[in-house]
Write a protein that binds this ligand. Structure first.
Ligand code: NAP
Length: 484
């Protein structure tokens, strides 16, 4: 099944931080794939902007290297690469200085969409926005894309919002959370709101609980010092995991359009209960087999920052009261796996005397690896032996159901960049949403910082600290296996 690709309108996309890690790993390879797929037109242009002394050819060489490093060989085609590089140029510009801005203005064409990707530290968002505006480089139809982290607490997020709002209208600001660009995440909305099957059951009467897991096998790597100032709560929960929770929990929006969807997500965030400290487990991985511990990785033997967090979250509204959401995320866990599991209640009465098991349907939404959905259903165990029941999956992995093209679905970043060009903000966070998420997160972080809580150690390659298992055991439930 081949999806019809509609090219977007011609654009000038300026990537501030065009020489940085994110641009090289995600943004530039993603744009190349959009060109190869026919979605990015030949009239589009990509302009790298950074302080490093370079020129068009120097930047093209960097882009070429990035494509070689981050695209699989079968996706690289010399003719397309040559075309892509011909659409690329470079401007040397200092976000906080005065040099380079006139050059940038001279680069911009009239009559095409202008987009500016802020792939730089958030402290530079304000200075760049101000200069784009003051120098007449951006106008009221331009779009800006803000990378995470969008603040480190409510106060800093408010300040970022104020700095951007001083120069751009909210309708021009695209706060990116790449989790929202994932195929499965959008499919979650399609499944919920495009079918009659699930929505009537999508509430506290039929759903026992929901689990959201984002497990990584990597440690903090070379980002130790940066990560230690943030931690799993700020880095993963406040943004990605809360966004996933919102999509599961929100009421059906009246339309699939930006403000309808974002209004509903905001209501969910505002209905989140505060979390009892006894229902939060924080962890740090210990040293193992020559592998350093978290504290060694970040170079602070007394660090109290968590690289694992699990918690039980309640939502106080009619739909969800009494149905807990358990969320957990961590580094150096047993597998790289992200999953949302919607666990339905068991049937109210068992009519099969031979079977003593407890059966409940689980809708599992896998974000990585192998994006897809699976619905666990209970059937009769085949063969003789009476009515013994068995749980089996009804699998809908995209690659199998939709053919090989589905496996090549655009990466989250490239999909979101195309949404920016199309002017569609549905999958981007609005300013008030980000602030509400921090308003919920801040007191939890403030709580453990104020108490001086120390995260629990856990074994590398495990499912996190034992206390995280107890968090669910106490409620008579258990986490699903973390498996790739
Ligand atoms: P990076 O590798 O350190 O790159 C930073 C980029 O910003 C470089 O191109 C740098 O080039 C440019 N830059 C720095 N100061 C500048 C200035 N005053 N004026 C103009 N350009 C300047 O960082 P990154 O990993 O790409 O991350 C960029 C942003 O995305 C950060 O906010 C990060 O938190 C966020 N992010 C990154 C990732 C990721 O996977 N890397 C994922 C999610 C979010 P010059 O030094 O030449 O100026």
């Amino acid at each position: 099944m081949v999806a019809r690709i509609i090219p977007v309108d011609p654009f000038d996309l300026v990537i501030f931080g065009g020489t940085g890690d994110l641009a090289r790993r995600k943004i530039l390879p993603g744009l190349y794939r959009r060109l190869a797929d026919g979605q990015m037109p030949a009239e589009a242009r990509v302009i790298g902007a950074a302080r490093s002394e370079s020129d068009d050819d120097g930047f093209r060489a960097l882009v070429r290297e990035a494509l070689d490093e981050f695209l699989p060989a079968e996706q690289r085609d010399e003719e397309t690469i040559a075309q892509f590089l011909s659409q690329i140029s470079y401007v040397q510009v200092d976000a906080t200085g005065e040099n380079g801005w006139d050059d940038l203005r001279a680069h911009m064409r009239e009559g095409v969409i202008r987009a500016f990707y802020f792939s730089v530290a958030p402290s530079l968002f304000g200075p760049i926005a101000e200069r784009l505006n003051a120098r007449g480089i951006a106008d009221e139809t331009s779009r800006i894309v803000a990378e995470k982290p969008f603040g480190k607490d409510l106060e800093s997020a408010r300040e970022l919002n104020r700095n951007l709002a001083a120069h751009f209208d909210e309708s021009q600001i695209y706060r990116i959370d790449h989790y929202l660009g994932k195929e499965t995440v959008q499919n979650l909305m399609a499944v919920r709101f495009g079918n009659m099957l699930f929505e009537p059951l999508w509430n506290n009467k039929y759903i026992d609980h929901i689990q959201i897991t984002v497990a990584e096998t990597v440690g903090v790597g070379g980002r130790g010092e940066y990560y230690d100032r943030s931690g799993a709560m700020r880095d993963m929960v406040q943004n990605h995991m809360l966004q996933l929770l919102c999509l599961i929990a929100m009421e059906p929006p009246s339309r699939f359009e930006p403000d309808s969807v974002r209004d509903e997500k905001l209501k969910v965030i505002r209905a989140l209960d505060s979390v009892d400290p006894r229902e939060i487990v924080r962890g740090q991985y210990s040293a193992a087999d020559g592998q350093p511990s978290y504290r060694q990785d970040v170079g602070d033997p007394a660090s109290k920052t968590e690289c694992f967090v699990a918690m039980r979250v309640g939502i106080s509204n009619w739909r969800w009261n009494g149905t807990p959401f358990y969320i957990r995320t961590g580094k150096r866990l047993k597998a790289r796996a992200s999953e949302i599991a919607v666990v339905f209640k068991a049937a109210p009465h068992n009519i099969f005397e031979e079977d003593h098991g407890l059966h409940s349907n689980v809708l599992s939404i896998r974000l990585q690896p192998n994006e897809g959905m699976e619905l666990g259903v209970t059937i009769k165990e085949p063969g003789p032996g009476g009515m013994r029941l068995l749980d089996v999956p009804l699998d809908m992995s995209f690659a199998e159901a939709l053919g090989p093209d589905a496996a090549e679905a655009p990466d989250a970043y490239e999909r979101l960049i195309m949404d920016v060009i199309r002017g569609n903000q549905t999958l981007f966070m609005r300013g008030d949403e980000v602030e509400a998420a921090w308003a919920w997160t801040d007191p939890l972080i403030g709580g453990w910082e104020g108490r001086g809580d120390t995260p629990m150690p856990y074994d590398q390659g495990s499912a996190g600290p034992d206390d995280a298992l107890m968090l669910m055991h106490r409620d008579g439930r258990r986490w699903r296996e973390i498996r790739a």
